[in-house]
Structures are given as structure tokens and as C-alpha cells.
Design a protein around this ligand. Structure first.
Ligand SMILES: Nc1ncnc2c1ncn2[C@@H]1O[C@H](COP(=O)(O)OP(=O)(O)O)[C@@H](O)[C@H]1O
Ligand SMILES: N[C@@H](CC(=O)OP(=O)(O)O)C(=O)O
Length: 436
């Protein structure tokens, strides 16, 4: 019979591990959990490390000088280690230092080998994944000083395909791997610390699961190990009806269903990675969103619940591009044309966030990625006249009413608008205004 572990999964994102002080706070949160049984801690890279690695990799790929930002990244991690090393024994500090230096050496060697003639995405994954390696080693080391803790390399366990930067999980292999490895390790140490965002192919190459994919990693562990719950620790009081960085007076949802949450995440509520919810819903594992700044506060419980109509949820997706395809000879947009456009979008891996067609034109709103857009134009330019606008924002209101629409669109230049019974969406020109 399968061993029941009754473990919990905690996920700490970039903000909750952004520096030594944040990591000390994480240690306190884990300490408070002590008596509650085994714990898998999934961590992201520290602060904005993944953005920094992306920029370093892009420079290496373009054969430009990446030495200054690389030196900055290394020094940032060395400083964090030094600041924390007062808290653990000299043996741990020395081991961690050696491990950090080994990762830095490997990173430097990989960057030196980056080649503009080889696949961008495959090389990206080998470099950009290293933020999670560093953070997980550091946090495992710090926790171990107060609590029997092990560092777990998830790359040989989370088996994925080689769809670089958006790798897909091989669930059967991953479940078998985790079930063989994790219970054994948890008998020897009640806390395991592992990396979010990364996985590995059958032939041992590192993959990444998509930006902000560490929430998803937590759900993968929870699903495969049939965890009791997942808690993701954020810098907000829970799941709110709007991003507090852009909307005044957001309200917290104390409890919300998997379905409402999956839709909010799909439309771009960046607080939860969209792939996180499904594995948890399948195994009925509750997801708690809690504040690492106020760990005792209630937060949000996401689960299988029913509720009254929720307060309208405002979701903002920046960095959008609106692309319009027009037939060149005034023929109508037909299924055949659409097939060609959809095929090209899929091939260059541009996801459609909103679309609309008229007689001779078809428009899609997608996330802007210069090199993907360039490839798309290359494929479709001959057949269609293509116009596009960048720097746009896509706003979605779930469970909208007249007042929420007024509040959103007042003073904005709307380029495209759509509504269904529950969902209102607009593409607007970009701006940074706070919505009061
Ligand atoms: N509906 C929402 N509720 C709460 N926070 C939201 C929402 N939409 C966007 N956010 C943003 O999500 C941020 C937390 O997510 P994220 O930055 O991905 O955390 P981390 O990287 O630390 O895991 C918040 O600081 C907030 O600005
Ligand atoms: N570090 C990765 C993965 C991740 O999930 O990060 P965060 O939990 O900070 O969103 C990223 O920035 O994309």
C-alpha cells in the first residue's frame, strides 16, 4: 500500500526570499510549522534574479559583454550568504560557499559556450534555472541549522519533455520518481527544500516550466505526493479582487473556488501561475495564499467551495501587442485563413489572450515577445497585410457590473472591447496610472 505522508507543501516566491532578512523571516515561518509534520519547501530565485539571468543570457547570445551584470549577480548572492552565515555553524558556511562557487563556475562556463547558432530557448533553460539552484541551496543550509533539512535536486525527478521554457510534465514518471524519493528523504529530515520553476528531460538536460512557474512546481509536488495542502507565501494579504499595486482598495477573497481562481490566473492575475490550480483541484488539495509579512493573518483558501457572487475582479496584463491580419485582396477572413494564422501563432508559440474578427480582418492580442513576433511576420507577411501596436494593456473584469466598467475605462483609449455574460475585456493603450 502507498505510504501516506500527510505532508504539506510551502512555496516561497522571489519576494519572500529577496535578501537575508527575508530568508530569516522564512526560517521563522517554517519553525512555526515544526510540529505539523513533514514539509516540502519549494523556493524561487531570490528577488529579481531570474530577470537578471535572462538579461545576462540575452547579452551572451548577442555576443555582447555580460561580465558586469554577471559580477553583480554573483556578488549579490555572496553578500546574502555572508549576511546569513552568522546564523549557522562554520561547517555549513564553508560547504555552502564551496557549493555557491561551484554553481558560479558552472554558470560562467555555460555562458562562455552560449552560441547564437544554437537554439535560444534550450540554452536559456540551462542558464536561467541557476537562480533557483542558488536560492534552494542557501535556504536549505540556513534551515538545516535549526531543523533537520535536506536539499533536494528536483531536476532528475520532475521529468519533462524538451519544450524549452514551457516544459510539459510527464506526470506518470514524475509521480513515480517523487513517490520513490521523497518519503525516504523525509524519514531522515522532516523538511526538504527544492527548486521551483525547473525540471529535467529524460537525457538529463535542465528545463524550465514558464516564468513564475514555481507555484506550479508546488502543485506538482502536492499532486504527486497527495499532500494535505499547499501554501504559497506572498507579499499580499491573500487573493484579492485586484492587484494592489495598480488598483485602490482591493478586497480579499477569504475563500474562493478552484474554478474562479483558474479563470483569474488565466486572464493574467499574476499572483498565481495559471497551471497551479488544475493538479490541486483533481486531487482536492486546498491552496492557501498567505502573507509572509503577516503569517498569522487568515489569507485566502482556494478549494472546492460554493459562494455568492464575488466582488468584480480586475485583472491587468501588460506588455501586450495587438496584431491585425488583413487579406490582401479584399477576400473575407475564412476558416482557411484562420487555420494559417492559428498554425503560425502556435508554431512561434504566441498565445492568444483575446481575438476578434471582422469581414476582411482578424485581430489577436498576445504577450509581446520581439523575436516571436518577428518570426510570425516572416511567416505571414506574404499572405496578409499585417499591422500591430505594442506597449498595450489587456484588462479583464470577471463578474463585472456597470460601475466596475466605468471605473476601468474612464480616461483610457480603448482599442478593442469584448464582453460575455461574466467577463468584460478591453485592450487599451499602455499607461501606468493607478486606478482609484
Ligand atoms: N488578484 C491579486 N491578488 C493579490 N495579488 C495580486 C493580484 N494580482 C496581481 N497581484 C500581484 O501579485 C504579487 C505577488 O505575486 P508574485 O510577485 O508573483 O509573487 P512571488 O514572485 O513572490 O511568488 C503581488 O505583490 C501583487 O502585486
Ligand atoms: N524565478 C522564476 C520562477 C518563479 O516562479 O518566480 P516567482 O515565484 O518569484 O514568481 C521567475 O521569476 O519566473
Amino acid at each position: 500500500m502507498q505510504e501516506q505522508l500527510a505532508l504539506k507543501v510551502y512555496k516561497f516566491g522571489g519576494a519572500s526570499v529577496k535578501d537575508a532578512t527575508a530568508i530569516r523571516n522564512l526560517v521563522e515561518i517554517v519553525q512555526q510549522h515544526r510540529s505539523q509534520g513533514p514539509l516540502v519547501v519549494v523556493v524561487s530565485a531570490m528577488g529579481k534574479t531570474t530577470n537578471a539571468l535572462e538579461a545576462i543570457f540575452a547579452l551572451a547570445f548577442a555576443r555582447q559583454d555580460y561580465a558586469p551584470p554577471l559580477a553583480q549577480l554573483i556578488s549579490f548572492h555572496r553578500t546574502a550568504l555572508q549576511e546569513l552565515s552568522g546564523g549557522f555553524g562554520p561547517g555549513t558556511a564553508a560547504t555552502l560557499e564551496q557549493e555557491f562557487e561551484a554553481v558560479f563556475r558552472q554558470l560562467a562556463a555555460q555562458l562562455a559556450e552560449v552560441s547564437p547558432t544554437q537554439d535560444y530557448d534550450a540554452q536559456y533553460d540551462q542558464i536561467v534555472s541557476c537562480g533557483e539552484l542558488l536560492a534552494s541551496k542557501l535556504i536549505a543550509g540556513v534551515l538545516h541549522d535549526t531543523h533537520p533539512t535536506r536539499w533536494l535536486d528536483c531536476r532528475p525527478l520532475l521529468r519533462t519533455d524538451d519544450c524549452w521554457r514551457e516544459a510539459r510534465i510527464d506526470w506518470l514518471t514524475t509521480e513515480a520518481n517523487l513517490r520513490t524519493t521523497v518519503p525516504k528523504q523525509l524519514r531522515e529530515a522532516s523538511v526538504l527544500v527544492t527548486q521551483g520553476f525547473v525540471g529535467g528531460t529524460r537525457d538529463g538536460r535542465t528545463t524550465t516550466l514558464g516564468r513564475e512557474g514555481s507555484d506550479y512546481t508546488a502543485a506538482i509536488f502536492a499532486y504527486c505526493l497527495q499532500a494535505k495542502s499547499v501554501t504559497i507565501w506572498k507579499d499580499v494579504a491573500g487573493l484579492l479582487n485586484a492587484d494592489p499595486k495598480f488598483f485602490a482598495d482591493p478586497v480579499r477573497y477569504p475563500e474562493i473556488s478552484y474554478q474562479e481562481t483558474i479563470e483569474m490566473a488565466y486572464y493574467g492575475a499574476s499572483v498565481i501561475h495559471p497551471k497551479t490550480i488544475k493538479p490541486l483541484a483533481v486531487r482536492q488539495i486546498p491552496l492557501f495564499v498567505k502573507s509572509f509579512l503577516d503569517p498569522a493573518a487568515e489569507g485566502t483558501r482556494i478549494g472546492d467551495c460554493r459562494h455568492e457572487l464575488l466582488a468584480p475582479a480586475f485583472i491587468r496584463k501588460t506588455g501586450q501587442v495587438l496584431i491585425s491580419f488583413e487579406s490582401k485582396d479584399l477576400t473575407f477572413i475564412s476558416e482557411e485563413n484562420l487555420e494559417v494564422i492559428f498554425g503560425a501563432l502556435a508554431q512561434v508559440r504566441l498565445k492568444i489572450n483575446m481575438m476578434q474578427n471582422s469581414a476582411i480582418s482578424f485581430s489577436v492580442c498576445t504577450d509581446f515577445a520581439a523575436f516571436r513576433l518577428e518570426k510570425l511576420l516572416g511567416q505571414l507577411r506574404e499572405q496578409f497585410t499585417i499591422h500591430y501596436n505594442t506597449g498595450l494593456e489587456l484588462y479583464t473584469i470577471k463578474n463585472y457590473d456597470a460601475a466596475s466598467i466605468r471605473r476601468l475605462i474612464e480616461g483610457r483609449e480603448v482599442l478593442l472591447e469584448q464582453r460575455t455574460r461574466q467577463t468584460f475585456q478591453v485592450v487599451c493603450r499602455g499607461g501606468t496610472e493607478f486606478i482609484a
